[in-house]
Ligand binder design. Structure first.
Ligand SMILES: Cc1cc2nc3c(=O)[nH]c(=O)nc-3n(C[C@H](O)[C@H](O)[C@H](O)COP(=O)(O)OP(=O)(O)OC[C@H]3O[C@@H](n4cnc5c(N)ncnc54)[C@H](O)[C@@H]3O)c2cc1C
Length: 419
């Protein structure tokens, strides 16, 4: 049986980055993924701010396109913002994960594609991990000092299918990758367009992202929460087709791929972060932000934090992963709680009219401020702008009230005079 320092299950952005980071430190790492190729589960729209490239040392090869404009379209309102330079990228999700896996191999680690995690157990003081290779009847076993659950929403290692999962705030999405003419592509080439409101996607949102020359990603995603009743709506593809018909005005297109995915967020970040020598990272501990469904860079940041903790554990400097859990909660808890509350109101509670009004109000924000709200989850610009606006609305209401009282008063005066 082969022995590793670390076995990482799941080659998404968090698992790939964690394995890459630890092989770089000279650790003996296995990265195992259930799919045979990265093209097979190419599910993510993969928009992220520009800083992600530098922070996680990603090459331009993994970039599909750059964006510098943002538009929000609701049932009755359209708002857009333009920055003077590119502020983000749409990553090629398959290339991103392939790059991370190649880095693991280049630095001496092993990558096993087409290997599904089955179970793990203790045997003679070692953790044994069992995988089922694609199309094989036999399982393969390896042993490890640390086992990393990077299996995203399935949390396959930490919460096996037999165990009870907590109730999740869930997002489910479908996306079409379509090919369009160069002239049609140019109209949408450098912008992220988000669609809110009942026309475009009740209880969720839809989007158009530029994937790469002549290719657009058009998706629709819907949220559900265990405490909120959700009425039936049309199917996700029906909203994507509505966008193509109404918003893109029926331009000619060819479907290249249809894919989708699921997000499962544990309210209040109540996931299990570690158990003995098993540690969970990325979406397996709800690093995705449920306000916008953005999770790639947060999964990679989590992998950084976990990587430091695994290194300290292996060198005997710490006996468990409690410092990892502490650091994760310090980094995310407050902002993620806020984002969850805002996500629930925006997607599951607001009426169509309120969404229209909210987005109308956003026109007071500059492009820098809208980026702060959408990508830094910094809501201060909203409140800064909201208070003068509310003050103005309140004083306008008070003025009208005083006018009404005065006019009543002057209207009744002559009568008093007659008396
Ligand atoms: C439709 C959609 C659009 C999105 N758009 C964006 C976006 O625009 N920007 C953004 O930042 N984020 C986006 N996200 C979220 C982002 O993709 C995720 O947050 C991110 O991929 C999480 O990374 P991860 O590595 O933790 O998990 P994942 O990417 O889910 O990776 C988990 C891996 O584990 C593997 N696995 C699972 N079970 C097993 C098993 N038993 N054995 C072996 N392998 C296993 C899976 O095959 C998978 O490859 C989107 C998500 C969806 C669903």
């Amino acid at each position: 049986m082969k022995h590793f320092d670390i076995v990482v299950v799941g080659a998404g952005p968090s698992g790939g980055h964690c394995a890459r980071r630890l092989t770089k430190l000279g650790k003996k790492v296995l990265l195992a993924e259930q799919h045979q190729t990265f093209a097979q589960n190419d599910f993510s729209s993969a928009a992220t701010p520009l800083e992600t490239l530098e922070r996680y040392d990603l090459p331009l090869d993994v970039v599909g396109s750059f964006w510098q404009k943002i538009a929000i379209v609701t049932t009755h309102v359209y708002q857009n913002w333009e920055c003077s330079r590119p502020r983000g990228v749409v990553l090629n999700f398959a290339k991103l994960r392939e790059f991370l896996a190649q880095e693991v191999q280049r630095q001496g680690g092993e990558v096993w594609m087409g290997h599904r995690y089955i179970c793990s157990f203790e045997e003679s003081g070692k953790t044994v991990v069992e995988f089922k290779p694609y199309k094989s009847n036999k399982t393969v076993k390896v042993s490890t000092q640390v086992l990393v659950d990077a299996t995203g929403p399935s949390r396959a290692v930490m919460c096996s299918s037999k165990q009870q999962h907590p109730a999740y705030f869930t997002g489910i999405a479908t996306e079409y990758l379509i090919e369009v003419s160069s002239s049609d592509y140019q109209k949408y080439a450098d912008q992220l367009i988000f669609f809110l409101g009942h026309k475009w996607m009740p209880k969720g949102y839809s989007w158009i992202f530029p994937m790469e020359p002549n290719r657009l990603k058009i998706g629709s995603g819907q949220f559900s929460h265990p405490d909120k009743k959700t009425e039936r709506t049309g199917s996700l593809p029906s909203y994507i087709e509505l966008i193509i018909k109404d918003y893109l005005q029926g331009i000619p297109y060819k479907i290249i791929d249809v894919h989708g995915g699921i997000l499962k967020y544990c309210s209040g970040l109540q996931d299990t972060y570690y158990r003995n020598n098993i540690i969970a990272i990325g979406d397996a501990v709800s690093t995705v932000n449920m306000l916008g469904g953005e999770g790639i860079r947060h999964g990679m940041e989590c992998a950084e934090i976990a990587g430091r903790s695994i290194e300290a554990y292996l060198s005997g400097k710490q006996g468990d992963f409690s410092s990892y859990q502490r650091e994760m909660r310090q980094t995310y808890k407050k902002t993620w709680d806020w984002s969850e509350r805002m996500g629930i109101s925006k997607y599951l509670e607001y009426s169509d009219e309120l969404i229209d009004r909210g987005v109308t109000y956003l026109n007071q924000l500059s492009s820098e401020e809208i980026l702060q709200v959408l990508f830094e989850y910094n809501f201060n610009p909203l409140y800064r702008r909201l208070f003068p606006y509310l003050r103005y609305k309140l004083s306008a209401k008070m003025y009208n009230l005083i006018q009404q009282i005065q006019s009543r008063f002057t209207a009744t005066k002559p009568l008093k005079g007659v008396d």
